[in-house]
Design a protein around this ligand. Structure first.
Ligand code: BG6
Length: 517
């Protein structure tokens, strides 16, 4: 890929998409609808085919019906059962397969070759493993053994998180996959990197004269990243109780967002240059020196029973498939430092939790205050300027500035310059999975995590997990529907800061942002 190639106009080459785990939740909720949206928007080559692979038996018609239902239920675009649908559905086939049986892979190869001939597909194959990570190694190996990687075009492997449980297990998993696929053939998904506003962070930073010059420890006081969810663990208790918030959200989504905020401008806008800069941030994270250091800088919580919107909510320990005495965290907050010249001394506060009052992902960049002893600062207590990037579910950004209160003599009040992106594109902003599937099919790695990123993130997170293992007592409890343990507020208070209310709202009182909730 050349430096100046415009990726938006780069077409997806003819390819076969293999969805392993085709009868599962991810395929139904995200992958089939994403493929359909790409098709409707003309982003898929006409020479494409999709083979759904799973263990359970399904006829081709039943499978196409599943795909149809998933699109009707979860798609950005819906379809009627018309000519257009029939043409699209003809590109879908199903293969029932025991992933430990090589013969099944050989049959899959025959099916693939016949579809490639039918649609004139030049042998490009994209393997999406929507499966448990324990299976990545053996599926990769059997793909090779069954001759699935001997086509005339490229092979790409797309895998989902969790990528390991810690650095050691992640390295082992990586080693297994590497026996079959080279790093440049592997696309590790972190769906947060597919979100419109996470990708926009780069543009906001590097395309605006009034942000980049201020983007450093001389002008920024702190950065806050909140990833709040109202849901509990739903039907994923079995997985979650082993993982916890630090592994489920911290090692990946939160650290990835932090790297986008903190990275240096890349020398070129090429995937490897961007990923190089992100890795440097992860390597600059100050590791916690001891268990005391972890206890002082990281808060770990679990929800107890509570309520929201008049509804009773059960405690985490009573959730399905969760151990009744579980000490798994459903919340964590941390105070981090990026030890490089740009960020020296500036705290990054991150927090995430289940059963918080609001579903929201927001980044707040708080600028340093104006000097208190000169000009307006003498008479007024001026609020700091904020840049707030709203990632999810509302998309947009606003800048909070101080202005004269209309009609008053000299009163000053904070006002917002608000860009509400979701108000413009509404619900039709492309889903993360659409973008990521499209990128993988075009061979653009930018928004996928490279192995050294994954490894650096794990080695940072492992230190915290190890300290928690050694000190079970560190778990704080918070009622479901609340903003998490009080201790998370203290993390900021000791630096003279506080969490800015998400959505610009403090409980029911709108502080500065109107109509964007
Ligand atoms: C997933 C986590 O990676 O991200 C889930 O495993 C979490 O626990 C989800 O609910 C949140 O994603 P989003 O896009 O809904 O914010």
């Amino acid at each position: 890929m050349t430096e100046y190639q415009n990726l938006d106009t780069l077409n997806t080459p003819g390819s076969v998409f293999f969805i392993f785990g085709a009868t599962g939740d991810l395929a139904r909720r995200k992958l089939f609808p994403a493929i359909y949206s790409l098709y409707r928007e003309g982003k898929l080559s006409e020479d494409f085919a999709v083979i759904g692979v799973a263990r359970r038996p399904r006829t081709q018609d039943e499978f196409r019906e599943d795909v149809y239902q998933s699109i009707q239920e979860f798609g950005r675009y819906r379809s009627d059962l018309n000519e257009e649908w029939n043409t699209f559905a003809q590109h879908f086939e199903y293969k029932s397969l025991d992933i430990n049986n090589i013969d099944g892979f050989r049959e899959l190869r025959e099916q693939t070759e016949s579809l490639e001939t039918k649609f004139g597909i030049p042998g490009n194959r994209l393997f999406y493993l929507a499966l448990a990570p324990e299976l990545f190694g053996s599926v990769s190996f059997n793909l090779m053994k069954g001759g699935m990687l001997d086509g005339a075009g490229w092979n790409r492997l797309v895998i989902e998180k969790p990528f390991g449980y810690d650095l050691e297990s992640a390295a082992k998993l990586n080693e297994e996959i590497n026996q079959v696929f080279k790093e440049e053939e592997i696309y590790r998904i972190d769906h947060y990197l597919g979100k419109e506003m996470v990708q926009n962070i780069e543009v906001i930073r590097f395309a605006n004269a009034f942000f980049e010059p201020l983007w450093n420890n001389k002008h920024i006081a702190n950065v806050q990243i909140t990833l709040g969810e109202t849901v509990g663990v739903e039907e994923r208790g079995g997985y979650y109780d082993n993982a916890g918030a630090l592994r489920d959200m911290g090692q990946n989504h939160m650290l990835q967002m932090l790297t986008m905020i903190a990275m240096e401008p890349p020398s070129r806008l090429l995937p490897e240059d961007i990923r190089d800069e992100k890795v440097k941030v992860l390597r600059s994270l100050r590791p916690y020196a001891s268990s005391d250091d972890v206890a002082e800088n990281v808060v770990r919580g679990q929800y107890t029973k509570g309520s929201a919107g008049g509804k009773e909510l059960t405690a985490y320990r009573e959730e399905d498939k969760v151990h009744p005495e579980s000490n798994t965290e459903t919340y964590f907050a941390a105070r981090l430092f990026v030890d490089n010249f740009r960020w020296a001394g500036i705290p990054f506060y991150i927090r995430t939790g289940k059963r918080l009052p609001v579903k929201t992902t927001e980044v707040v960049v708080e600028f340093k205050r104006m000097p208190g002893n000169v000009y307006l600062g003498q008479k007024h207590s001026l609020e700091p300027n904020l840049l707030v990037i709203r990632v999810n579910p509302m998309e947009g950004l606003y800048v909070k500035i101080n202005a004269k209160k209309p009609g008053s003599e000299s009163e000053i009040e904070p006002v917002a310059m608000d860009f509400c992106q979701s108000c413009l594109v509404g619900i039709n902003s492309p889903e993360a999975y659409e973008r990521l599937l499209h990128d993988a099919a075009r061979g653009d790695h930018t928004y996928f995590t490279r192995w050294d990123e994954v490894a650096s993130a794990w080695s940072f997170v492992d230190k915290i997990a190890q300290s928690w293992r050694e000190n079970q007592g560190q778990l704080e409890h918070y009622p479901a529907g609340s903003w998490g343990p009080q201790k998370a507020d203290e993390l900021l208070q000791k630096d003279g800061f506080h969490w800015w209310p998400v959505n610009g709202q403090d409980e029911d009182k709108v502080i500065w942002n109107k109509g964007a909730n």
